[in-house]
Design a protein around this ligand. Sequence first.
Ligand code: FES
Length: 119
Amino acid sequence: MNNRQQPGIPLCTLEQLRAKRSLGISVEIGGREQAVFVVLDGDSVRGYIDRCPHRGTPLAWMPDNYLDSRGEHLICATHGALFRIGDGRCIAGPCQGDALEPIAIKVSGDTVMLVERLD
Ligand code: FES
């Protein structure tokens, strides 16, 4: 496997992300449409596939709403599993110990981009 990387696929702007803190986006990965989301984590941006490791459902309880009421964790709308924002690890709920699937993110200027590896 090599780790060549594409320049990146634009997902949103930092301004759009700052306005909502998390955003759901549909993007083509490996020739397939895939639901992903990005979330602000302090000054960093994290990104994950929008699929709960418990039952495989999308996480958001409303469009673009992936955070719990305190804004401290990601939450799955189906059964309420809580995930750390920084690494996607489930810390409470039926999939405790599992994790969300991360996507590689880079920020270029004001643009949040998905970095798709060419394996
Ligand atoms: S589907 Fe996410 S906690 Fe059950």
